[in-house]
Structure formats: C-alpha cells, structure tokens
Design a protein around this ligand. Structure first.
Ligand code: PLP
Length: 385
C-alpha cells in the first residue's frame, strides 16, 4: 500500500533552507567544488570555555534525564539575562521559562499551545520559512504581511492592522530578521507592541539573532514592555554562541503558557540534552568569556558583510542593507528559485531561494562562511545576474 500522508502533514513542505544545505553537501560528496552560502549556521567552533564546561558536566554525571522544562541553573541564568533588560511589574522567574531542543522547538511549542483551528497569525514577510509551517501545523492560518522595500522589507504597525481580521490571534516578530538582516528600531517595535496590546494579540518575539547586530545593539521587546501577559520571547544559544549542534533554545512566557508548553514537551521530547544544558549554563554565566567570543564573531561577520556589500554596491545590485543576523537578501528581478538552481549547478554557489520566505524574486545569501568564500560567492552571483 502506498503511503498516504495524514492530513496533519498533507500541506507540509521540507525546510527549504535545510534542503539547500543538503543539496550542496551532496554535490560536494560527488566531488564538485561548492561554496555553501545557504546555511544559517555560524562557521565558528563553539568557544573552548563552553566545550570544556560540557566535558566537566559529562564527567560529573550529567547523563540522565533532567526536569522536562530544563535544569534550574539554566533557567535562573536565562531569567537573569531577561531581567537585566525587563523592568516591568512581573520579573521573569525560572517558572516562566521552558528550555527546549533548540529555539525551533520552542517556537513550535508556543504556536501549538497558543493557536488553533481558524485562528489567524500575522507573519511579517519575508519571514523565516518555519513560521508559516508551524502556524499551519497548529491548524491556524499564517497570514503573510509584506514589508515595503523602502523600509528594508520591515512591516509597520499600520500594515499589520490592515491585515488583521476578527480572527487574528497573534503576530510573529523576528528582529534581527532572517532572511533580510533587517533590525526593527525600538520605536517600530513599540508601535507594533502597542497595537498587539490594544487588540489582545499574542506576540511571539524570536530574538535568536539579538546579539548579532552591527551598527547599533538590537532591541529586545522585553526592554519595551511593562507587562508580559501576552508575550512569548524566544531565544537560544545556537547563533550567538556558535552552538547550533547542541540544540538548546527557550521560551520566556506567562506562567500558565510555560506550564502548557512543558506539558506538551513532556509528551514529545522530554528534556533537552542534559550535557547541552550545562554547556548553555556556561555560555550564559561566564560573562567575560562569552562577551569576548561574541564580540569577535560579530566583528568577523561584519567584515564579511561589508566586503559583500562592496561587491554588490559596485554592481548596483538591489538588496536589503543588513544591520544584524548574517544574511544578505538580494533581489534577482525574476524567479529566485530558478536563479538559485542555476547558480548552484553552473557556478557552484549555494544560496536559498526567496520563495522559502514567500518572496520569490529574492535569494538569501548567508555570510556565515570564510570571507574569501563570501566575496567569491557574491562575485559569481553578480556575474550570474
Ligand atoms: N529562528 C530563526 C529566525 C532562525 O533563523 C533559526 C535557525 O535558522 C531558528 C529560529 C532556530 O534556531 P535553533 O537552532 O535554536 O533551533
């Protein structure tokens, strides 16, 4: 009998960003020279002080199940970071935090416990590919809200208001943004938060790239609100600490939501890996070492960004000027998917087609790669354009 997918996943598409990396890897395995500018993954090693903390934790016996919501020292460290910027009436406590197997799981769990059939969720677009699928897996309807080119494809509160209906239940925020690298100002975020509060929407703020910002620090929504009653803040160690493979992310949520997310997780994956949690404690509590590591990685990302922008500017290519994350979003003036396929097959450069982010005339270039690869990749991309 052929496999018929259940209705749960009938509409599900494979993550395009992961698919590109897989194809680039396959070409490399077949002996082709490929420059992979598709991956959303820092190319740095996890800093030594974190790796060493993990080794110590294994030897000390961190090899068993932990509490589903994560070990207390990690949740305390996350709360301390949050309360350093949140000045509201209800300080973040460990009980408001659920640690998961990556911020991807935290985002999914948040969508799954908050939204349901026929709910609409506004997704500033272009937005990270998995938001649309996660909302749909919760049986809700993702509603893309397109940002204007003149504002780096960011959306305004007015645009969100115009897309809302009586069924709107929430909005996904992501600053710095994947795929554009755009960073929302405090003022822009305040306007959106005020609208959401006025309408009673849930706000899910994915701040996974918060520490990777170039021209000025990026703003956490926690620094802008007085109460967190309908706010879920998502973060993790993957991008800022070069810890993608350790799989640690978290949600900071109102207590009842955190309890629901913990219950969901208790039936799906249980706790995230014990040793990874101890590694994350080191990342969040050894502040001087962490700060030094982040500063150095951001310095290198910025050099690559600037080098790539020099090539694009010289060629007059249209792109969003990235102020954070490690992506360049480039307008190719036609079918981005066809362009990406041609670029990979004929020039050996892997990029992600903008159709993954519901903007098909664009491609995403990751500059989380050695600077010579970034420059050569962008030069070949310009030539192909
Ligand atoms: N959110 C955004 C915007 C991302 O780009 C990614 C990874 O690509 C994630 C979340 C997932 O990160 P994690 O590795 O913590 O699951």
């Amino acid at each position: 009998m052929p496999f018929t997918p259940s209705p749960n996943i009938a509409q599900l598409k494979e993550s395009a960003t992961i698919a590109v990396s897989a194809r680039a890897r396959a070409l490399k395995a077949a002996g082709r020279q490929v420059i992979d500018l598709g991956a959303g993954e820092p190319d740095f090693d996890t800093p030594a002080f974190i790796r060493q903390a993990a080794q110590r934790a294994i030897e000390a016996g961190a090899t068993r199940y932990t509490a589903t919501e994560g070990i207390l020292p990690l949740r305390e460290a996350i709360a301390a970071h949050a309360n350093a910027v949140y000045r509201g009436s209800d300080p973040v406590r460990p009980a408001d935090i659920v640690v998961s197997t990556g911020s991807k799981q935290s985002l999914f769990n948040a969508c799954f416990v908050l939204f349901g059939a026929d709910d609409e969720v506004l997704v500033p677009t272009p937005g990270w590919t998995s938001y649309y699928e996660m909302v749909a897996l919760a049986k809700a309807v993702p509603v893309p809200v397109f940002g204007a080119r003149s504002r780096g494809l960011k959306v305004t509160a007015a645009e969100l208001a115009a897309a809302a209906t009586p069924r709107t239940r929430g909005v996904m925020l992501n600053s710095p943004c994947n795929p554009t690298g755009a960073v929302y100002s405090a003022e822009e975020l305040r306007d959106i938060l005020a609208l959401a509060a006025d309408r009673g929407w849930w706000v899910i703020s994915d701040e996974i790239y918060l520490h990777i910002a170039y021209d000025a620090p990026a703003t956490s929504v926690l620094s802008l609100v007085q109460d967190r009653e309908r706010l879920i803040v998502i973060n993790g160690v993957a991008k800022s600490y070069a810890m993608t493979g350790w799989r640690i992310g978290w949600a900071i949520a109102p207590r009842a939501v955190a309890a629901a997310m913990t219950a969901l997780q208790s039936h799906t994956t249980s706790n995230p890996a014990a040793v990874s949690q101890h590694a994350a404690v080191a990342a969040l509590t050894d502040t001087p070492a962490a700060q030094a590591a982040i500063t150095e990685m951001v310095r290198q990302f910025k050099m690559r960004r600037d080098a790539a922008m020099t090539v694009l500017d010289a060629a007059g290519v249209q792109y969003v000027r990235p102020e954070g994350a490690f992506y360049l979003y480039i307008n190719v003036g036609g079918d981005g998917a066809a362009f990406a396929t041609r670029l990979l097959d004929s020039a050996g450069i892997a990029v992600v087609p903008g159709s993954a982010f519901l903007t098909p005339e664009w491609v995403r270039v990751s500059y989380a790669a050695p600077i010579e690869h970034v420059v050569e990749g962008v030069q070949r991309l310009v030539a192909a354009l």
